[in-house]
Design a protein around this ligand. Structure first.
Ligand code: ZN
Length: 288
């Protein structure tokens, strides 16, 4: 096809899709507690996903936090002397769920509540399918043989990494998909990229606001890395319409930090800080 016709064709498709999005805008919902987002269907990433149960108030107007315990099953994630990342993340995810449910008013679902493997796309698709207000993927970092490096970091999505370390962490976390040979994203054509970008921008801004709140509320409770908020191209964060965060809660390669994150006290501190930040975030959203 001559280049010019191809351009016209792409242009026509873009205009048609933009119209569809605008029409959809009329259906934007403003729900108590979590603002609004434009939702549109994208191709499913592959096989059908069994959706986890939602706990807490059975009122769909209540905000929904989907917590994702990183790794699982045949993918243990990073390993320290005494712990595996997949076990540590599940402990933190359950602690946070317990804290959010105890505080009331918020619905919670875990992408996995046992030791099973989920592809990265499945994790974010669970959040989208449930209509999550926020998606939080929990991980623990590794600095290899350097046992002294410690501190938590919050990551939001960016096409370009904020720095070299962020790029390394994203590459390591995205590796989970290659373990199972799963390919991601059937949506790489130019047209859907434009639509996804529009909606992703807002979700990214909201995720950034929540990340700043978690750092603020975590002061004195959690040990953060000197630059605690970074961004990179994490596959698990690529929802076009759900504010998504990846929380490297600390370094599993640091024995003290790993032990703390695995302890009931460490898990409670983590859950408390994130719970407070999430409540402030939802209160602000409701006020907007
Ligand atoms: Zn991880």
């Amino acid at each position: 096809m001559p280049t010019r016709f191809r351009l016209y064709l792409i242009l026509a498709v873009v205009v048609a899709l933009a119209g569809a999005v605008l029409a959809f805008g009329a259906h934007r919902q403003r729900m108590a507690g979590h603002g609004y987002v434009v939702r549109f269907e994208l191709p499913q990433a592959g096989k059908r996903i069994g959706l986890p149960a939602i706990k807490g108030p059975q009122d769909p107007a209540r905000p929904l936090v989907v917590i994702d315990a990183g790794h699982g099953g045949h993918d243990p994630g990073a390993a320290g002397a005494d712990f595996q990342e997949k076990t540590l993340t599940l402990g933190l995810a359950r602690a946070l769920r317990g804290r959010l449910l105890a505080g009331g008013g918020i619905r919670v679902a875990l992408t996995r509540d046992d030791d099973r493997f989920l592809a990265l796309a499945e994790r974010r698709e669970i959040a989208r399918a449930l209509g999550a207000s926020v998606f939080l993927s929990i991980h623990a970092d590794s600095a290899g043989d350097d046992l002294n490096i410690a501190g938590a970091t919050l990551y939001t999505l960016a096409s370009r990494a904020s720095d070299a370390l962020a790029a390394q962490v994203a590459a390591r976390e995205n590796h989970a998909d290659r373990i199972n040979g799963v390919t991601l994203d059937g949506q790489s054509d130019a047209v859907s990229a434009i639509l996804v970008e529009l909606s992703q921008r807002r979700a990214r801004e909201e995720a950034g606001a929540l990340a700043r709140l978690i750092v603020r509320e975590g002061e004195g409770r959690l040990a953060f890395h000197p630059s605690p908020h970074r961004s990179a191209a994490f596959a698990v964060l690529k929802s076009p319409d759900v504010p998504s965060l990846l929380f490297e809660a600390g370094y599993i390669s640091n024995p003290d930090e790993a032990r703390r994150l695995a302890s009931p006290e460490g898990q409670a501190g983590f859950a408390d800080a994130v719970d407070k930040a999430i409540r402030i975030y939802f209160a602000r959203q409701a006020g907007n």
